[in-house]
Design a protein around this ligand. Structure first.
Ligand code: CA
Length: 220
């Protein structure tokens, strides 16, 4: 039997969820509302959300960053895993998408933990750095425009404390990373970042084949 990571067919995927997914009714409703959205593929999978919630607790995280909110499933999950005085600074550009998010954060009773910043994320990150917040965050989730992934990573790395964790979504890019004919700017940006992180001495690294590929980079 191969030791390679299994690709899950539908029955095995459903089995995995049936014996492990712990999703609240509210999370499920948000996921279902987002599933009919024209850009629904931007939503993370529920098992990925659960994994990130577990990471938050393992890290004992209190201060978190999210780059790319969309309709707020990941922020809902991260904020739910934070202690009551924990804070998530959530960066996005879309008032329309995050209006859905805010509705669910309110209903879940986690809205007070989420500081939504509607501005280009690089500006928000640079402002945090300029106000002396380097080294003060425990966790970051990067899941926004792929062209800026490397810039987001560099800013987040500065803002994290040693031992803090950066998670980066879509690093397998539906397989496009290994399609030599695909030279789209986004694909190249992800390839370049993956290659760079492989040898980056500033981090400990794992690329998890979870959902569309999730990189874990722990700041040394
Ligand atoms: Ca994503």
């Amino acid at each position: 039997m191969s030791t390679r990571t299994k690709s899950l067919d539908e029955p095995l995927y459903n089995y995995m969820l049936s014996v492990s997914l712990r999703e609240s009714e509210l999370q499920r409703r948000l996921r279902e509302e987002t599933a009919v959205h024209p850009r629904s593929s931007m939503q993370i999978s529920p098992e990925q959300g659960q994994f990130m919630g577990l990471l938050i607790k393992l890290l004992g995280a209190r201060r978190c960053l999210e780059i790319g909110v969309f309709t707020g499933y990941s922020a809902l999950t991260v904020a739910g895993a934070l202690p009551d005085d924990g804070r998530l600074i959530a960066c996005d550009l879309s008032d329309e998408y995050t209006a859905i998010a805010r509705r669910y954060w309110q209903e879940a009773g986690v809205a007070h933990k989420i500081d939504l910043r509607l501005a280009p994320a690089l500006e928000t990150l640079q402002a945090l750095r300029a106000s002396g917040q380097d080294g003060s965050f425990d966790f970051a989730f990067i899941d926004a425009d792929k062209i800026n992934y490397d810039a987001y990573f560099e800013q987040c790395l500065k803002l994290l404390r040693p031992g803090g964790m950066i998670t980066i979504d879509n690093v397998l890019w539906s397989g496009r990373v290994v399609d030599a004919d695909n030279q789209e700017e986004e694909t190249r940006a992800i390839r370049d970042l993956n290659r760079k992180l492989h040898r980056d001495p500033r981090i400990d690294l794992c690329l998890l084949p979870l959902s569309d590929g999730l990189t874990l980079a722990r700041k040394r």
